[in-house]
Design a protein around this ligand. Structure first.
Ligand code: SF4
Ligand code: SF4
Length: 391
């Protein structure tokens, strides 16, 4: 497709990808399948050639039935296209940390994405794809399961057999020891890591600089959370109002890191993607510009370690047994806390909180949700604080 988006090498894979990739996580938040397929088509029309999805990116109804699943939407959208004139890189991920789960998860991804093999190549409809299969959200306990169950060797074998072209993993802040180990196994060609102006700790402010290390190992790095949620999470809109750091500034900050292959735009509307593309076409930030932006961000960086980002990763595989919508309660309480600390208006938060049923007071502090929080938040403790502050 004709595209204005610049391209970068995807590590040593031999592929060049658009600097702006599409994080298709948020299609589950769109009103219906038609809107989701339309957005997928608009993204493809822009020439984006790396799409990032996962098994867990789905929404469910109150009976636990899948309503909207990102992989299924992509399978339907891409299989209906006959005009895509270059292969698309599809990154998908599974919470699969044993050989059995790896096979089950990979097979289900093939089905949902409508992948077929022909002549040693993979296709969705008539469009050739390069499939990257990721271990989703590795952290200490999951990494232990992966490394002791033979999953790494098993995954490498499946890659050799042509079930996927590349192997990768995703991970978040706080897991740099595990990430470093994963990089150094030499098994993975790609990884997906959090990095942005508010928290570059997996980059230049980390010891070691993990993103640089991945690059030195020939890995392609997909940058997630470059926008702290793609403009979709209320707390980050609030932070933009306070710091003056725009969505475009955040895109430029990430893209001025030379070790990053592409940044995932988790857009829910094509206009958001257009803003990201526009920012990516501006000159790369100078070191001085980066430092100045980082100084502005530092004003509020400390808050980000103790608030819920409403990323919803925890509820991809877990439901609170008490039926509490804890991510949205915590997200709202985070906005309340930041506003209070900065002396801003907090009058509407109690009425907003009153709409939750059950609310935070129903939390029995079982702690079952903690292992699913990819930011290592202490959810029961935070729920108790939310109940005290807003109840
Ligand atoms: S700690 Fe609270 S929010 Fe978390 S699963 Fe248990 S009851 Fe639900
Ligand atoms: S509890 Fe953790 S994983 Fe869940 S939405 Fe909040 S930050 Fe994300």
């Amino acid at each position: 497709m004709q595209s204005t988006i610049k391209r970068r090498p995807l590590g040593n894979t031999g592929l060049n990808v658009t600097e702006i990739s599409w994080g298709a996580m948020n299609v589950r938040r769109l009103p219906d399948e038609q809107a989701a397929i339309q957005l997928a088509n608009e993204v493809l029309d822009k020439g984006v050639n790396l799409i990032d999805t996962a098994r867990g990116y789905e929404s469910k109804d109150e009976n636990g039935n899948v309503v909207m699943a990102s992989e299924i939407i992509l399978g339907k959208a891409i299989s209906a296209r006959t005009d895509l004139d270059e292969p698309i890189v599809i990154v998908t991920k599974g919470h699969a940390y044993t050989p059995e789960d790896f096979d089950r998860s990979l097979t289900e991804s093939w089905e949902r994405l409508q992948i077929r093999e022909e002549g040693g190549k993979l296709f969705i409809g008539s469009t050739q794809i390069f499939l990257a299969y990721f271990l989703h959200g590795i952290m200490e306990d999951r990494w232990k399961t992966i490394t002791t169950s033979g999953t790494l060797e098993h995954a490498a074998k499946r890659r050799e057999e042509g079930r996927c072209h590349f192997l990768g993993f995703s991970s978040h802040y706080g897991d740099s020891v595990v990430i470093k180990e994963a990089i150094e196994t030499g098994i993975f060609q790609l990884c997906e890591l959090s990095y942005n102006v508010y928290n570059p700790s997996l980059g230049e402010e980390g010891d070691p600089d993990i993103i640089k290390l991945a690059n030195e190992h020939g890995m392609g790095v997909v940058n997630m959370k470059a926008f702290n949620g793609g403009g979709t999470v209320a707390i980050f809109k609030q932070l933009e109002d306070i710091t003056g750091i725009t969505h475009g500034d955040m895109a430029r900050f990430s893209l001025s890191n030379p070790y990053i292959s592409c940044i995932d735009a988790g857009v829910r509307a094509i206009e958001e993607l257009e803003v990201d593309i526009e920012a990516s076409l501006l000159p790369v930030m100078t070191p001085d510009e980066r430092s100045a932006l980082r100084e502005k961000a530092k004003k509020i960086s400390p808050f980000l370690n103790v608030i819920c980002r409403e990323c919803l990763h925890c509820v991809e595989k877990f439901e609170c047994p008490q039926g509490i919508d804890f991510p949205h309660i915590l997200g709202m309480h985070g906005r309340y806390s930041v506003s209070k600390s900065l002396g801003l208006d907090i009058t509407n938060y109690k009425s907003e909180y009153a709409k939750f049923a059950p609310d935070a007071s129903a939390c029995v502090a079982c702690g079952n949700c903690n292992e699913w929080c990819e930011y290592h938040l202490n959810v029961p403790e935070m729920m108790a604080t939310a109940a005290k502050d807003l109840g």
